[in-house]
Design a protein. Structure first.
Length: 311
């Protein structure tokens, strides 16, 4: 099969080449991949060259990266679980998405109806499920004020929509007025630059930015409120003033999406099919130009998700 494989001898650190087809275990399906989406977590690293941008500097040659992919089941799971041959599915895994074929556990996929574009579905796993699970950790949010930082990114845009759908008064924080465009239409009650004008008394914060803004957001929590620390795209350390964490009970919680996404993926696919969720694809191109897509993401030129079609 063809895949985007790690090659430390080429400038981009990746090349489109042939590699061994995956061999699915008994509880896995073999999927013909049609589209993949990119996430900052799998692209973490410095900005000196593409290999470091992609976080693959320490990966062995021939490694196939990638978390999110959507496609069609070629071979059903041998143990009889999961969807049959020909089913359209969206999938998650710790690697292997950037290939024509992918072996995926049944617990990490959901069936995609015909009316849903597979490229749109591929945007759901990491960004969509992260937003959904982080929002759940805030508890009952209907009628409360919830702040989403980094709201113009992939996770942020899902969080704005899901928070609004749950009845929260969502405050979307962005880095510039331009990055705030379209967020009100997604359900944000307020769109702010940084934390300008945000009043204390927040029920919860979904933080994608980290750095000094995280400390400021923590100070805005109401009694019993919490910050879910999802990401740190600022790349800056967070420093709390003395006694900033002493006083009324508030919490800063580390967040990890986890695994076994099948149920939550099915929820998001259902919302997508019903027109109640927009994947917010800000960039779509062929997978052969993955380096260009990565550059655009790190230059913050992509509003939402970057999706690559697999040929």
């Amino acid at each position: 099969m063809l895949a985007l494989v790690v090659d430390h001898d080429v400038p981009a650190g990746l090349r489109l080449g042939e590699t061994t087809d995956p061999s699915p275990a008994s509880g896995e399906v073999l999927v013909e991949v049609r589209a993949i989406s990119l996430n900052h977590g799998e692209l973490r690293g410095a900005v000196l060259n593409h290999a470091e941008l992609l976080g693959i500097a320490d990966r062995p040659a021939g490694y196939v990266p990638g978390w999110d992919a959507a496609g069609v089941v070629r071979t059903p799971a041998a143990d009889g679980s999961g969807p049959p041959e020909g089913s359209r599915v969206v999938t998650f895994g710790q690697s292997g998405a950037w290939a024509q074929l992918r072996a995926v556990p049944v617990a990490e996929l959901a069936v995609v109806p015909e009316e849903v574009d597979l490229g749109a579905a591929s945007a759901l796993p990491v960004a969509g499920v992260t937003a959904l699970r982080a929002l759940r950790r805030l508890g009952f949010v209907t009628g409360t004020r919830v702040l989403v930082t980094g709201a113009s990114g992939g996770v942020g845009r899902f969080a704005v929509q899901l928070g609004a759908a749950a009845g929260a008064h969502v405050i979307a924080s962005v880095g510039s007025p331009e990055h705030g465009e379209g967020l009100a239409e997604l359900g944000a009650a307020d769109v702010v630059v940084g934390l300008d004008g945000v009043e204390p008394g927040l029920h919860g914060v979904l933080d994608n930015v980290g750095g000094p803004q995280l400390a400021r957001a923590f100070a805005l929590l109401a009694l019993g409120g919490s910050v879910q620390s999802i990401g740190a795209t600022s790349g800056e350390p967070t420093v709390f003033e003395p006694y900033a964490t002493v006083g009324e009970q508030r919490s800063l919680q580390s967040f990890l999406m986890g695994t076994e996404l099948a149920g939550d993926l099915a929820v998001l696919v259902g919302m997508l099919a019903a027109g109640r969720l927009d994947p917010q694809i800000g960039l779509r191109m062929n997978w052969s130009d993955v380096a260009g897509a990565v550059e655009a993401l790190f230059a913050r030129q992509v509003a939402g998700k970057a999706v690559l079609d697999v040929s």
